[in-house]
Ligand binder design. Structure first.
Ligand code: BTN
Length: 250
């Protein structure tokens, strides 16, 4: 029996599917509400960044989950990353996960995930936004070196609405699995995660950036790193809220 009763609503144009779904969550929208847009005029990414969302070239969707259990809240981004990766794999596209919320191919980003939480009528909810670059696109100059599309990397253009359904199917299945065995989901995440063993630059929200070796992704989704300086520094556990980890170019 599916855990969620998904109801999908399509928009030609919207400011941001996440913003609209948070508004609707406050107005009582049910768990499983999904918004999909052809274009976003104010698409949002993590850390206050914008998300380039031109018409017709990407998949822009948000999913409402309510209520959420607070033990699992931190794992929602990792669960979503695995769901999207698995959905793409069923369409012949293989991708890697860059901790914590990016899907990449050929070293460039082709999908970002923005999980946001809120409280309505005393209960916590999550709005999970997924943005995937499907088709070759003229990215603005600041993105052209770091962003790519599935078409550019693989020659495959997944059918958008079929991909939405595959993502929801994988999400539903993994969400149920996570209630029983969260390390299964994390093993799936680790198997696709390219960050482990890499040198990363850690940029704390406050404090000085530093370089570190990524050691492991823990079962709670945190990234364990060992700073390069001083030698023999103790490992540090990073949560998504605290850092932006970027690969260091060699
Ligand atoms: C990131 O890369 O930092 C996260 C990007 C998330 C983009 C998606 S597109 C659908 C949903 N609506 C938004 O405004 N953002 C998310």
């Amino acid at each position: 029996m599916p855990h969620f009763d998904f109801k999908i609503e399509y928009f030609e144009k919207i400011d941001s599917t996440n913003t609209e779904l948070k508004r609707r969550a406050q107005m009582g929208a049910p768990s499983g509400t999904v918004l999909v847009a052809d274009e976003q005029t104010a698409g949002r990414g993590r850390m206050g960044r914008s998300f380039f969302s031109p018409r017709g070239s990407g998949l822009y969707m948000s999913l409402l989950i309510r209520p959420i259990s607070l033990e699992n809240a931190g794992l929602i981004t990792t669960l979503t990353a695995v769901s999207v990766a698995r959905a793409l794999e069923t369409m012949g596209v293989s991708v890697h996960i860059k901790w914590i919320n990016d899907l990449v191919s050929g070293g460039k980003k082709l999908c970002g995930i923005l999980a946001e939480s809120g409280i309505a009528e005393g209960e916590p909810f999550a709005v999970i936004g997924i943005g995937i670059n499907l088709r070759k696109t003229a990215f603005p100059p600041e993105l052209s070196e770091i962003a790519t599309s599935i078409e550019s990397q693989t020659g495959i253009i997944p059918h958008r609405d079929q991909l939405v359904h595959e993502i929801l199917k994988e999400f539903s299945h993994l969400y149920e699995t996570m209630q029983i065995n969260s390390s299964f989901v994390m093993d799936e995440y680790r198997a696709r995660c390219m960050t482990i063993g890499q040198t990363v630059r850690v940029t704390p929200l406050s404090g000085t950036p530093y370089d570190a070796i990524a050691l492991s992704v823990e079962d709670d989704g945190t990234l364990l790193v060992r700073p390069l300086c001083p030698e023999n520094a103790s490992p540090i556990r990073l949560s998504s809220a605290e850092v932006s980890a970027r690969f260091i170019e060699n």
